[in-house]
Design a protein around this ligand. Structure first.
Ligand code: APR
Length: 225
């Protein structure tokens, strides 16, 4: 079995009803990312940031995994996601690498103590370890370093195939993974609704809704088509 490394983005959860960020009318059309997804925004108005992620958490709980999530759970692959929802896990994937964090986690901005996030976070909640009212969702914001980067680059370097699914290829370092894979002699495949910003870099691509093209691709990989 060849080693496959997969990167997913918001597009894989679109058909589960979770908005994407950069499609027409997407989340960054509705909110100013500098106000809700940066350390400065949190420092300026923590309540606004927490209520933004309270809504994301609520949407993620209400959403259901779609056929693309369930198909990936059938693969023995390294699964890296930019998504903060838990739809991959709820579809049965294990060991998911959340490079942008998870909306169901929180940590204290003062002492770093991590814990499960309540459904509704509020700015006056105190850290159980140090007492500071400085709890933030366990999300990697713009200007912050994504999680697990050493592990991800090590997996990319030893892969046979890198597949990007449902991502616009606009946010680094994730957007650079396809070039890193190519430079390491790894075959690359894009599965997306439409060509992404990195579309021209991939060796191969298939376009269409993830709930259709991902199960078809997984069937080919597993020979169950
Ligand atoms: N099936 C497959 N792909 C889809 C579907 C679908 N049904 N719907 C949308 N897409 C594609 C879009 O064509 C687009 O290329 O999913 C991609 C979504 O792109 P973005 O909204 O930019 O989301 P993403 O690439 O995950 O954003 C990366 O940016 O804001 C930050 O931290 C945030 O993790 C996020 C990162």
């Amino acid at each position: 079995m060849e080693k496959i490394v997969i990167l997913t983005g918001a597009g894989i959860s679109a058909e589960s009803g979770l908005g994407t960020f950069r499609d027409e009318g997407g989340i960054w059309d509705q909110f100013d990312l500098s106000e809700v997804a940066t350390p400065e925004g949190y420092a300026r108005d923590p309540e606004k940031v927490l209520s933004f992620y309270n809504a994301r958490r609520e949407n993620a709980v209400r959403a259901e995994p779609n056929a693309a999530h369930f198909a990936l759970a059938r693969l023995d692959a390294v699964l890296v996601t930019q998504n903060i929802d838990n739809l991959h896990e709820r579809a049965g994937s294990t060991g998911v690498i959340h490079m942008h964090g998870e909306v169901f986690g929180q940590f204290c901005n003062d002492c770093g103590e991590a814990s499960d996030a309540p459904m509704i976070m509020s700015a006056d909640a105190a850290c159980t370890a140090c007492g500071a009212e400085a709890l933030r969702p366990d999300i990697v914001w713009f200007e912050e370093m994504p999680y697990h980067m050493d592990r991800i680059y090590a997996e990319l370097a030893t892969a046979d195939l890198f597949v990007a699914i449902g991502t616009s290829g606009t946010v680094y370092p994730a957007a650079g993974f396809v070039q890193v894979a190519r430079d390491a002699g790894v075959r690359t495949l894009e599965l997306n609704l439409a060509p992404s910003e990195q579309g021209g870099v991939f060796h191969a691509a298939r376009y269409g809704p993830a709930s259709e093209i991902v199960p078809a691709w997984v069937d080919e990989v597993l020979g169950t088509g």
